[in-house]
Design a protein around this ligand. Sequence first.
Ligand code: NAD
Length: 504
Amino acid sequence: MGKGFHVRDRFAAGAQYIGGKLRSGTSGRSHDIVNPATGETVHTYELAGPADVDAAVAAAREAFPGWSGATPAERSEAMHRFAAVLAEQADDFAYAESLQCGKPIKLSTEFDVPGTVDNTAFFAGAARHLEGKAAGEYDGDHTSYVRREAIGVVGSIAPWNYPLQMAAWKILPAVAAGNTIVLKPAEITPLTSLMFAQAATEAGIPDGVINIVTGAGKDAGEHLVGHPDVVMTSFTGSTAVGKRVAEIATATVKRLHLELGGKAPFLVFDDADLEAAVNGAVAGALINTGQDCTAATRAYVQRPLYDAFVQGVASLMETVRLGDPFDPSTDLGPLISHAQRDRVAGFVERARAYATVVTGGEAPGGDLADGAYYRPTLVAGAAQDSEIVQSEIFGPVLVVLPFDTDDEGIALANDTPYGLAASAWSRDLYRAGRATREIKAGCVWVNDHIPIISEMPHGGYKASGFGKDMSVYSFEEYTQVKHVMYDNTAVARKDWHRTIFGDR
Ligand code: NAD
């Protein structure tokens, strides 16, 4: 199973990280972390309950004055050390991420971990560039300026698909801006979030700035969102849970950032480089076994290229190697759990009644039979309004549909409730440019699908949520701006007092 530390030893003290220390949850309920590649239990820990959330929020509250009062340079230096500690521990992070998620080790090693180190280094730098934009004498009698301030204790909730990166995306902009945070990872994948917080402590980030509570959504999650001392909720997860989180956050008048589901279109115009589009569709649909909110899920292909695209994608999908996540040659790991695998299989089985499964559509047997594996799957011939085209599947399943005119292709691309990401494939600058303007999504790639970078914002339109992760745009979520106004006249009776005192 690959090399690494012993998870049971490392987390023997518990799976809650509060005030700079690991401790056990007090909910009275335990949880098994299961390796989805084998079905074996990796570790069992006590879930957090409301009392643990209260303790974590109290620790974050206590740490807030010191951390928000530190200079940008002090925060930045600590975060640069944090990036260095993460880089030193890269192998441990990759091991733990692959163990708890079943991700191929090459994905953890080449994407999840270096992406997180880069994000940390980016926010270490960005911590020194927080600014208010306006300063001046706008009415002649006053000087105005804008202060950008940290807001307080942030409560964040993350999903299981990229546990390390999601923890980083939530924690880094919040703490770079001077806030303190309590993060609840998904209870099935807490390991790398805990390790991330431990690495911050090793780097000298003060106790209580970053706290992790690992509990169930209904229990620890809802308590965190409704907590009166938490000023903001940042949530990444499904649209259904996001709606519930929004209800609770609204009832306590919290600032809210929602990163929700996606159903990304992959729009291939008839002048596209077919080979590039085929490679892009397979890689874009299968990354992280399709459990990626931006994954290519709906390929719309202009009629002249349609048959060749279907054939090319099906053949390439059949070459993808499923296997042990710790084997460096494995391309595709299992889904996160057997339940998720069965859910994905359910979508495909129901689609057989109205569409064609061109390739895949089954779990492999043999050595992989105990894991939550599912073969790369291509579905054709489904109607635009069918379940498989409209619903988020979150598995290695791509649906392909033809279109005739550019107008039709763009309309189909926009025809779901989601709007997280999309791609357009064309050699014509004007056609691709039109797609980038007219597709309603937070990210539109041209002739590629998936890459992300720390400098650029990530976030949805429509039912995919609002607010941005990564980049300096995320500071809009994690700071508040204050207008400060000084009188410059030094007179007792100001001009505007006429509205009260008349002409006396
Ligand atoms: P999920 O919504 O089931 O769970 C997400 C988190 O919310 C988990 O930590 C869970 O414990 C918690 N939760 C569940 N019920 C809760 C409640 N009632 N109150 C508070 N918290 C609660 O999502 P998931 O299955 O873990 O992740 C997959 C989903 O996440 C997909 O829909 C995917 O598109 C989305 N996602 C979106 C992005 C993005 O950037 N937009 C990124 C990654 C994943």
